[in-house]
Structures are given as C-alpha cells and as structure tokens.
Design a protein around this ligand. Structure first.
Ligand code: AMP
Length: 224
C-alpha cells in the first residue's frame, strides 16, 4: 500500500480520507481558513465560489449564464453548481480528503453531496461564527488576486499595497463585495444556508471566527 500524505488508515487497513465542510456567513473567514487547513492537512480546498468565478473569468457558457447572479449575491441554481462537483472531487488532490468551502449552500445541494459521497459522508462540519457588522467591515476591505489569495486592507494587508505577496498579481475588490450586495448575501445565507446547521448537528462544531488568522486556525485544527 502506498501511503497518501494527509490520509490515515482505518482499522481494517482501508484508506480513510478526511472530509470537512466549512459553513458560515460571507466573509466569516471560510476561504482563508479552508485554504490554510487544507494545506496543513495535505487535502484539497474546494471552493465553489472560486470555481464559479473562474467560469465567469473564462467567459464559458456557464460563466455567462451566472455572471449577473454572482454580481447580485444571489445563489446560482443548484443543478449548475452540483454539475461542477463530480470532476473536482475526482481529482488527485482530493483523494486524501478535502475542505468544502461554500458548498452545499441549500438542502437540495446537501442531498446531492450525500449522493456523491456515498456511505462515508462528511467527517466534520465547522461553522465559523461572526456578527453581522464585523462581516460588513471585513467584506468591504477585502481584496484578492486572480488566484484567490485573499487580503484585507487593514486586517491582513499585503506587503506591497495592491500586490499579492504570493504571486505578484494585482489585487482587486470582488464585484459582490460592496455593502448592498453583502447585506443581500447575508440574507440569502440566513434563509438558505444557515438551516444546514440543523442537518449536520451530529457532526457540527461552532468556532468563534473573531481573532487573528492564526488563532482561528488553531481553534479549527483543535476540532477537525
Ligand atoms: P463565495 O466565494 O463562496 O462567497 O461565493 C460567491 C458567490 O458564488 C455566491 O454569492 C453565489 O452567487 C455563488 N455560489 C458559490 N457557491 C455556491 C453554491 N454552493 N450554490 C449557489 N451559489 C453559489
């Protein structure tokens, strides 16, 4: 048997992958923490928001269909989002496990995920808890590069203003990161996504999303 980094072996020698879902309102820090935890554990970071933005940037047929929905902070129809998942979950980097960031966002997507994952299902759901006014402050200061590396103008500034530390690409503000759109995304989250906490109550852990990136990462690592 060839060990896969980040994976562990079950009692009967079966390779167990680690499957996590990060839930939380927009700008709770899901993307930042999902990337850090995935890298720490050697598992894939799967962000449907990044995948959808990539479709928009590449002007694919799907991208042109969903562009206005993303800009308004509306959810993309379930079947369109779900159609992206099988290929992504089958990629090599997801074999030892993955952190799902931004999917599922509705009960119907959760049912589709259960079908895709089969009997093993998710191991742990981490809900990041952040109050609404802090969310608005965070989002309006958020900047990212085309590769999805995320900064904040005051909370997590890049070394050189407007330039990504990792790849030197220019930083920009997402079109759905304005205050009006944020309030809409928050309303959509409360109506459609927050109820998923009930669905996952048996494997749900709530983590305080206020504090430094390192402190929050440590809190999450302690529970996954
Ligand atoms: P995020 O980067 O996770 O905040 O996602 C950005 C936007 O992409 C959301 O406001 C939605 O418009 C869309 N989106 C991302 N994931 C999903 C999903 N699972 N279901 C529907 N829409 C999604």
């Amino acid at each position: 048997m060839v060990p896969v980094y980040g994976a562990r072996w079950g009692t009967r020698g079966r390779l167990l992958s680690r499957k996590f879902l990060f839930l939380g309102p927009p700008a709770a820090g899901k993307g930042t923490q999902a990337a850090l935890i995935a890298s720490e554990l050697g598992i894939a970071h799967i962000s449907t928001g990044d995948m959808l933005r990539d479709q928009v940037a590449r002007r694919t047929e799907l991208g042109r269909t969903i562009e206005t929905m993303l800009a308004a902070g509306e959810l993309v129809p379930d079947d369109l989002v779900v159609s992206l998942l099988p290929d992504r979950l089958a990629r090599e980097d997801a074999v030892p496990g993955f952190v799902l960031d931004g999917f599922p966002r509705t009960q119907s997507q959760a049912v589709s995920l259960e079908t895709l994952l089969g009997e093993d299902g998710l191991d742990r759901v981490v809900a990041l808890v952040v109050p609404e006014e802090e969310i608005v402050r965070r989002i309006t200061g958020r900047r990212s590069c085309a590769e999805g590396h995320v900064y904040h103008v005051s909370g997590l500034p890049p070394k050189v203003a407007g330039v990504c530390d990792i790849d030197g690409l220019s930083l920009f503000q997402r079109s759905d990161d304005t205050e009006d759109v944020v309030r809409n995304r928050l309303a959509v989250y409360l109506a459609s996504t927050a109820p998923l906490m009930e669905r996952y109550s048996a494997i749900l852990v709530k983590v305080d999303g206020i504090g430094s990136v390192e402190d929050i990462k440590a809190r999450i690592l302690a529970v996954v």
